[in-house]
Design a protein around this ligand. Structure first.
Ligand SMILES: [Zn+2]
Length: 340
């Protein structure tokens, strides 16, 4: 078995037609490790473009490549076949992120080489993010190289160099963690991580809301009386529509986020900025509920509060769209219009 890390550079068109939208590979770079301990061998080849013959101005800025070099290169079918021969039959494939796999697939299909779609490609970026930084942030290759303290002397954005960097990261992760988790394990780690982040956000939001309601005087405070259920109140105008505390503009709160026993939503006055509404409930006479609405101006809030409510809270949609009914409506023909 060998481990093949590959990286692609591609060119794009100026979209006018469907074909112009294809990202066309102009360089394949790879690095192959015979096993995790040894040094590997490098591969790099340019591809002569046939879809977008001129380099897009943004690609020119990013990629250290010139047009004459590309014109002398082999076409995609030749280069791709040579690349897969070089990888060998028992290769395991790795990339940084999912873009390279997507672009490889569309190029293989465009040139009728779909027999190569069978290869499995491991997203090393995801493993790095989850194992090392404990995020789902899609870390840039250079940032990851630096975070792991790996040697970083080659230029980035050359497919060959980027592939070699990816291989170094792969070997380093295996050195640190023993082996790389498979896709199911990564899914499980990601689910646990998101759940942990959600719990932490909910905790922080709950604490901040508690302090806010206890210590800050709301810009607006009112009672929303006599509701049968919490949901009725959340959807009512009395809980969602209010005057801007500074002017006559009517404001309307968006979806609610439930944090503990409070419900939070956001609104905005075009002149006075964003507001956060916090709604809590208490029982009222005769099995009814009373809501207490407090509205705070943005400058009264801790900076992250609404984001934490969104991340940690349970979302209560205020506007569930009714199912669309198909209406048959025929356009009047020119003749019918004339008759009228
Ligand atoms: Zn206002």
């Amino acid at each position: 078995m060998s481990y093949v890390f590959f990286d692609l550079e591609w060119n794009q068109g100026y979209p006018r037609s469907e074909a112009e939208k294809i990202d066309e590979i102009i360089q394949i770079g790879a690095y192959r490790l015979p096993d995790w301990e040894e040094d590997g061998t490098a591969y790099s080849a340019y591809v002569r473009p046939s879809i977008h013959k001129k380099l897009h101005h943004q690609v020119k800025k990013m990629v250290p490549l010139d047009q004459p070099k590309l014109k002398r290169a082999g076409n995609f079918r030749q280069v791709a076949a040579e690349f897969f021969r070089w990888c060998g039959k028992d290769a395991v494939y790795f990339t940084w992120g999912t873009c390279d796999a997507r672009v490889l697939d569309t190029n293989l299909c465009w040139y009728g080489m779909e027999e190569y779609l069978d290869i499995e490609i491991y997203d090393l970026q995801r493993a790095f993010d989850l194992l090392v930084l404990h995020t789902c942030n899609q870390t840039a290759l250079e940032t990851a190289v630096n975070a792991l303290g790996l040697e970083s002397r080659m230029e980035y954005h050359d497919a060959g160099n980027d592939a070699a960097y990816t291989a170094r990261i792969g070997a380093e992760l295996v050195r640190r963690f023993g082996r790389l988790p498979d896709r199911e394990e990564l899914d499980r780690i990601e689910t646990e991580l998101r759940e942990k982040q959600r719990r932490e956000a909910a905790q922080a939001a709950g604490e901040s809301l508690h302090i806010l309601c206890a210590e800050e005087t709301p810009a607006l405070k009112r009672k929303c009386s006599r509701f049968d259920t919490v949901n009725d109140c959340l959807k009512s105008r009395s809980a969602r529509v209010y005057h801007c505390p500074e002017c006559d503009n009517w404001l309307c709160g968006g979806n609610w986020y439930r944090v503990g026993e409070s419900y939070v939503s956001r609104s905005r006055c075009a002149e006075h900025g964003r507001y956060l509404a916090c709604l809590t409930f208490q029982p009222e006479r005769g099995d009814k509920l009373q809501g207490l609405l407090r509205v705070y101006a943005e400058e009264q809030l801790p900076p992250d509060l609404f984001r934490q409510c969104k991340q940690g809270g349970e979302r209560v949609e205020v506007c569930q769209m009714p199912r669309k009914r198909r209406r048959m409506r025929r356009k009047k023909t020119a003749v019918e219009k004339e008759i009228k």
